[in-house]
Design a protein around this ligand. Sequence first.
Ligand SMILES: Cc1cc2nc3c(=O)[nH]c(=O)nc-3n(C[C@H](O)[C@H](O)[C@H](O)COP(=O)(O)OP(=O)(O)OC[C@H]3O[C@@H](n4cnc5c(N)ncnc54)[C@H](O)[C@@H]3O)c2cc1C
Length: 361
Amino acid sequence: MVTQTSIIGDGCAAMMLASRSDRLPDHNIRLIKPENAPPPVDHMWGFWAGKGLDEQISLARKKWNNWSIITESGEAVMSSNDHAYHAIHREKWLGHCREKIEKLGIALLEQNEVDIENDVIFDSRPPRMNGKVMLQHFYGVEVETKMPVFDDSKAILMDFRVDQSKGLHFIYLLPFSNTNALIESTIFSFDLASEDFYLASIHDYLERIYSCSDFVTKHQEKGVIPMGRLQPHDPDIPGLGGNAGAIRPGSGYAFVYIHKQIEEAINHCKKTGKLRFKPPHKKIDLWMDDVMLTVLENYPNRGPDIFYRMGKSLSGDQFAKFMSGEITWGLRLKVITSMPKLPFIRGVTKRIFGGRSSGVA
Ligand SMILES: Cc1cc2nc3c(=O)[nH]c(=O)nc-3n(C[C@H](O)[C@H](O)[C@H](O)COP(=O)(O)OP(=O)(O)OC[C@H]3O[C@@H](n4cnc5c(N)ncnc54)[C@H](O)[C@@H]3O)c2cc1C
């Protein structure tokens, strides 16, 4: 028997699932464009190369075998041949999925045009925050400079040499060439900053670090990713993607985790006939993220040192695996021992006895 299955959403997870639905012959999948959804905007997804990601890798705009974390006291450079950092345009990936979906004859319908009441439904609309949750908020510009200023062999994941008055603040810089880069001002805090603040930070950074004030802006992107464990968009509808726990709470990365979640669900469905989507993270990693977030919320000024130490103590391969959820006990131990002891002892204590204000379940 074929199960009529409706997926609410047309974003990353919904499109990825639908584009692979030829592997779910017992489910007749259709996508439902949600009402009141904001207009889609292109942005970059960063991810580390790993097993099963050949499609994503082949569509990436650029890859970097080197990446770094920079603080006032130094730079931690990591390198990897097998797990290079890649950046892919959201529009490129969704366009690729759309082509496959069209070939598969999958319908994309407006929510008010269709009755899905009798379908099996999965909801990929964004999860909701429960109370006050620390946010990762950012504003980025893609610039073209007059003079060659960027080193395009290395992505900068975090450069903390910026104003720290609004929270844990860093620059994320993806150099596509020596004159072309995406530069994002990113803050971990409870409150958003004004667009002027992020933009001034980027301009000031370019001037101070690259002696560059002559550039044109080609594209802008912004985002807010809640950090912490979140609640489903609608408690009565099972989720998919970020709405089924795919966003890694400690980092906001989700692109590769959504891939893993969907692969696991397809494999499970083949064995049991049942389609369902689980958070693609291990409990211990969620707990470690909770502790990390507790520390960052309570001691944001320790953030630069924490990330720098992690970058210094892990190899590129280890860092990429940690960020992508391919984590062994040995790697967890290495991350734990690289951390400054006192704030983490306090963080663990607060996790056990309370004191963290955000929506961690
Ligand atoms: C700007 C930005 C940059 C990111 N960068 C990275 C990155 O570099 N690497 C990484 O791994 N992850 C990144 N993420 C996190 C994550 O990969 C994305 O959030 C990913 O798109 C989640 O996929 P999804 O299918 O769960 O949700 P989405 O792709 O966001 O799809 C959600 C669906 O719900 C709809 N919707 C949205 N809001 C509403 C609403 N209010 N009401 C009704 N419907 C709504 C949308 O139209 C869409 O159909 C980024 C997120 C953002 C926002």
